[in-house]
Each structure stands twice: as structure tokens, then as C-alpha cells.
Write a protein that binds this ligand. Structure first.
Ligand code: B12
Ligand code: SF4
Length: 538
């Protein structure tokens, strides 16, 4: 496509990632890119694909999107309706999850496979469709994936290799070096992406199509051996590093990215038109020890768009897709309080009649933008559901996690959100190291106190994910966590499995049972009608 303007930085490489350069390319004649979406979630399009698609189109590439939903493959069901036997299900998951018996673990794995998404179980259908599209003529395949779809990616890699088509893989959890080390072994892989590569995307694609290495570009993992000085060694003495490396400054100038382009998604197959929006990347709090969002590809350090830029995108998506339903996928939408308030002030002007949902962090002190007045304004501006990470109802455990919340303030927030008529969802966990039966009882009591204010609880057992602050602490000082035993790493999936010794105690298990009963009582409540458009969405 002669004369097309694309983003490129390579002419002036190395550059800081937020320096965007416009250059002319004339050599490419609409190379065909297949974007495969293995973030697949069957209620709205994936943000990553929207951005990649917009940038590539702007760069003169012909973009085809394969969203598995287009062939009927649904993603993980979120928030399925709680059946009357839901409590038994919670108990089953907890008891089998903590068991050390190999037989029980095997049964649990079988159960987990049956309960997983159709996409996870349909590798053959996905790869057959990719093969069909490859054979119709594709110059490069770009896959955006969750780690759970490694088998799908490996097969796509083989298909690409057989046909001599380059393959680029990226996704939300490829920033962790442990994970990259495993994924770099994918067959047929031309480049693995572990950072925000918007400014260099077109150049990465150009290089892999031309058969050149993209390994020296920012955001691309390189595993070529490197000679470097060893810590403490004599000057001039070099050792060979075999660890993959990456240049990965977080992207700062978010306003300069084009609006996400969702035109290629199978809109008619979604139950309703919901558009995802991200106003900022990372989290304004950003230090919770268990959190894998802040160690993800785009989650590192908080940066935000301007309110004008966000509102202009909402107006654009509203006009383009007739969308009145928006989900903000920010980790915490109140990270930037002025932006949050501007959004509340402006959203109905640019998208009249819209409804929306978001997650927030309830602050320990100071202005977190979540006063009763703020929440009432948000409700008037169309917000119908608000999600927050309650985690536990024990202040001592919250402090161990560096969660930055104060339970008294959280209690007030819950009462205010109810008064503002917002549907409240909380995410919670059991088994954070240091949690005792008494702490679990405090959590049960907290839920009981706020039973009428909380509409849904998403309860998980604490999981250690590769790359998190907790994983690093455990690696460095295992003696500080005597209750964490049987540690085993599966970096391909960013999972570090472990046993929590409190689970061996009867009183702890009984306390968990009481807690799960309380969770079940809450989750059996009918969902508020105002939020029903978002059932199963967050
Ligand atoms: C919104 C969100 C959801 C939404 C929607 C997901 C969707 N598919 O669109 C909902 C709530 C439904 C959801 C569900 C789940 N999620 Co989720 N989710 C997120 C969240 C908060 C934001 C994702 C997002 O839109 N980011 C914004 C975009 C712009 O960033 P990005 O996706 O990383 O993409 C950028 C780069 O990575 C890069 N890139 C990405 N792909 C590619 C590909 C190529 C080729 C290139 C060049 C570049 C590139 O370019 C993009 C622009 O910079 C992330 C957390 C996070 N920090 O990212 C978790 C996260 C992605 N989710 C995660 C998980 C585990 C889940 C669940 C499995 C949870 C559960 N147990 O139920 C489910 C399963 C969903 C499914 N597969 O169906 C994990 C993924 C870890 C992993 N194993 O890969 C994350 C990282 C959270 C975490 N820290 O644990 N999720
Ligand atoms: S507030 Fe949430 S997103 Fe932010 S660091 Fe803590 S858990 Fe992670």
C-alpha cells in the first residue's frame, strides 16, 4: 500500500518506547495478518486484539481476526448462576483443592477439565480453523493468548512452521522471565512479545515477514546468548548469559494510541453489545503482594489516558457499534481520581443512555473518589455494578498482603454503594500465608454483617503466580513462610503450587466451611435488575 503512514521506531533505534515516529513505507503491498484471539471471552471483544488491529490497519496491513466465538467456541463462563447445590460444589472444590492424595488430585483435574471452557477443550477445532485460514493465504500469524492455551499455540506453531508462515505470540502474562523461558520453546515461533509494543508493532511484523530477527526490538524477548560481566567479577571478564532478556519500559503516552478497533469481531453472536474500554494501565496502589495484575505485561506501574481521550473513544464506540453498555477493564478505575470524576461527569453526554461497570480499590485513607456522593453520581451516570477486592475480613491478614485497605472504610463503602443502588461484587481468597481459623471466622462475620450490601462473592484459594511480589519473597526467604510447603513451579502456566499447612487442622477447615456457607447464601440472592445486562460479565 504505497504511501501508507505507519508507526515505526527502527530508523532511530534504540528509542524510548513512547517516542513514536511516522515514516513512509511503500514496499509492503497489504501483507495479510491473521490475528488469533485466545483471550477469548464470549461476552465482549478482547481489548488487546482491538488495539493490535487498529495499529496494524493504520500501518497498511490487511487484518483478519479469528475470534473462536465465530465458530461457536465459548470462553470461560464468568459468574455462572449458583445452583441450590452450589455450597456442596464450593466444599468439593475446597476439599479436593487442599488434598495431598494423588487419587483425589487426579479426580480434581478431571473435574477441572470438564468444567473448563469449550475453547480449552477444543484445540482441534481451533487449529483446524487456523489451518483453513492459513491455506487461504496469510503472510503472518499473530496470536494473543492466555497461558492456559499453550497446547493450542504449540499446534498453531507447527501449522505455521509447515507452511513457512511466521508466528508472533503475545499476551497478558508474558512479561515474567520464568514464563518467557518456557514459551520461547514453542515450535515455529518467530517472536515472543512481553511488553507494550504498540510503537514497534508494524516493524516487528515487517521484520518477521522479511525473515529478519525482531529480537533486538523493545518488547520482544530475545534468547540469543549474550556475553556480559558477572557481578563481582574482574573488569573485562565476561560470562555467557543464557537467560532470555527484553527491553520493556512501560508505555507512557497512552493518548497517542489509536482507539481500539473491534470491527472484525462476531458482533451478532454476543448476547448483547458490550464494548470494553481501558482508561489506564496498571494500578494506582500497585503493591499487593499476591497480585499478578501488576506484574502482567501492561500492569507494571500506573499510567492513564486523558479524560478527553477516553470520552472521545466512548463516543466513537457508541456511534460505531451502537453500544450503550461499557465495561471498564482497568484494574482499578479510581486509580486516577480526577479522571474517574471526569468520566462520571462526561459519559452520558457522549453516550446517552449508557450503562457501565468497573472495578475499584477502596482506599485506606484520603480521597479515593468513593464517597457516598461520588457513588451516587456514578449511579446517575449509568454505573450499575462495582467490583472490589475485599480479599478477607481480617485486618491483620490484609496488612500482611499490603492490600492498603481499612475494613472500617470498606464497611462504609459497602453501605454507601448499597444506598447509591449499585450492585456490589467482591473478590475474595482463603489461605493467604498467616491466615488462621480465627482470621477466617472474622471474614465470615464481615460477610454476615454486609450480607444485604454484597450481591456476589467470587471466592478463590490463594494461588502463587510466577513473577509476583509474593513469589519473589518466597523464593528469597522460604524460612519466613513455614506454613507454605510442597512448593512446585509450573512456569509455563505461571503457577507455583503449594500446600498450606493450616489446611491440615480441623478447626481451620471447619472455619472455611462456615465461610463457604455464607458465600453461598450471598450468591443465591437474585441479581439486581439494573445490572442484568452484565450477568456473567465480571
Ligand atoms: C479484563 C480482564 C478479563 C476480562 C475479559 C478478558 C478478555 N478476554 O478480554 C474477564 C473479566 C472476563 C477476564 C476473565 C479471566 N481472566 Co482476565 N484479565 C483481564 C485484565 C484485568 C485486563 C486484560 C486487558 O484487557 N488488558 C489490556 C490490554 C491492552 O493488555 P494485554 O491484554 O496485556 O495486551 C497488550 C500486550 O500484552 C500486547 N499483546 C497482547 N497480546 C499480544 C499478541 C501479539 C502478537 C502482540 C504483538 C502483542 C500482544 O499488546 C496489548 C497492548 O499493549 C487482565 C489483567 C492485566 N493486567 O492485563 C486479566 C488477565 C489477563 N486475566 C487472567 C485470568 C487468569 C483470567 C481468568 C482465567 C480468571 C478466572 N479464573 O476466571 C478468566 C478467563 C477468561 C477467558 N479466557 O475466557 C490473567 C491471565 C494469566 C494467564 N494465565 O495468561 C490476567 C493477566 C490476570 C492475572 N494477573 O492473573 N479477564
Ligand atoms: S489494588 Fe488490586 S490491582 Fe492494585 S495491586 Fe492490589 S490487588 Fe493488584
Amino acid at each position: 500500500m504505497a504511501g501508507t503512514v505507519v508507526w515505526d521506531s527502527v530508523e532511530h533505534f534504540p528509542l524510548s518506547p513512547n517516542e513514536f515516529h511516522l515514516v513512509e513505507i511503500s514496499a509492503l503491498s497489504e501483507p495479510r495478518v491473521l490475528l488469533v484471539d485466545l483471550n477469548n471471552f464470549a461476552r465482549y471483544p478482547s481489548v488487546a486484539i482491538g488495539y493490535l488491529s487498529a495499529i496494524l490497519k493504520q500501518g497498511g496491513y490487511a487484518v483478519e481476526v479469528f475470534a473462536p466465538l465465530s465458530t461457536g467456541l465459548t470462553g470461560v463462563a464468568r459468574e455462572p448462576k449458583t445452583p441450590w447445590w452450589g455450597r456442596a460444589n464450593l466444599e468439593f472444590r475446597f476439599r479436593t483443592g487442599i488434598s495431598r492424595s494423588p487419587v483425589v488430585r487426579r479426580i480434581r483435574r478431571m473435574y477441572a477439565t470438564r468444567a473448563s471452557s469449550r475453547l480449552a477443550r477444543s484445540k482441534n477445532e481451533v487449529t483446524a480453523e487456523v489451518a483453513r485460514r492459513l491455506d487461504a493465504g496469510i503472510d503472518v500469524v499473530l496470536v494473543s493468548t492466555y497461558l492456559m492455551y499453550h497446547p493450542h499455540c504449540a499446534e498453531i506453531g507447527r501449522l505455521c512452521e509447515e507452511r513457512g508462515v511466521p508466528l508472533v505470540v503475545g499476551g497478558a502474562y508474558f512479561h515474567a522471565q520464568e514464563v518467557a523461558t518456557e514459551w520461547l520453546k514453542l515450535p515455529g515461533l518467530s517472536a515472543l512479545i512481553g511488553a507494550e509494543v504498540e510503537p514497534h508493532l508494524c516493524e516487528i511484523v515487517r521484520r518477521v515477514i522479511a525473515g529478519e530477527s525482531a529480537g533486538s526490538l523493545p518488547g520482544v524477548w530475545s534468547d540469543e546468548p549474550l556475553l556480559q560481566t558477572a557481578p563481582g567479577s574482574l573488569p573485562g571478564v565476561f560470562v555467557q548469559s543464557d537467560k532470555p532478556r527484553i527491553q520493556s519500559e512501560p508505555l507512557k503516552d497512552l493518548d497517542s494510541i489509536p482507539f481500539a478497533d473491534y470491527s472484525e469481531f462476531p458482533w451478532s453472536l454476543y448476547p448483547n453489545v458490550i464494548v470494553p474500554i481501558i482508561t489506564g494501565r496498571g494500578c494506582g496502589w500497585g503493591v499487593c503482594s499476591f497480585c499478578s495484575d501488576i506484574t502482567s505485561t501492561v500492569g507494571r506501574t500506573y499510567r492513564s489516558r486523558s479524560p478527553e481521550n477516553v470520552l472521545a473513544e466512548i463516543a466513537h464506540q457508541h456511534q460505531k457499534h451502537g453500544a450503550n453498555l461499557f465495561v471498564f477493564v482497568d484494574l482499578k478505575l479510581n486509580s486516577n481520581v480526577p479522571l474517574w470524576r471526569e468520566l462520571i461527569r462526561g459519559i452520558q453526554k457522549v453516550a446517552p443512555g449508557s450503562k457501565w461497570i468497573a472495578a475499584v480499590h477502596v482506599g485506606a485513607r484520603g480521597d479515593d473518589g468513593l464517597s457516598l456522593e461520588d457513588l451516587q453520581r456514578a449511579r446517575e451516570a449509568g454505573m450499575v455494578r462495582i467490583t472490589t477486592g475485599l480479599e478477607v475480613g481480617s485486618q491483620a491478614v490484609l496488612d500482611k498482603m499490603a492490600k492498603g485497605t481499612d475494613l472500617e472504610i470498606t464497611s462504609q463503602f459497602l453501605r454507601d454503594a448499597k444506598q447509591a443502588d449499585l450492585s456490589v461484587q467482591t473478590t475474595m481468597m482463603t489461605g493467604y500465608p498467616g491466615e488462621s481459623a480465627d482470621d477466617v471466622d472474622l471474614t465470615t462475620k464481615f460477610l454476615q454483617t454486609h450480607e444485604t450490601e454484597i450481591e456476589r462473592v467470587k471466592m478463590n484459594r490463594f494461588q502463587i503466580m510466577s513473577g509476583t511480589i509474593f513469589a519473589r519473597q518466597l523464593e528469597k526467604s522460604p524460612h519466613k513462610f513455614p506454613q507454605v510447603t510442597d512448593v512446585e513451579s509450573d512456569h509455563l502456566n505461571a503457577q507455583i503450587s503449594h500446600h498450606y499447612t493450616e489446611n491440615d487442622k480441623r478447626d481451620y477447615r471447619n472455619s472455611i466451611s462456615h465461610l463457604l456457607k455464607r458465600v453461598h447464601i450471598i450468591n443465591r440472592k437474585p441479581l439486581s435488575l439494573a445490572a442484568s445486562d452484565f450477568d456473567g460479565v465480571m
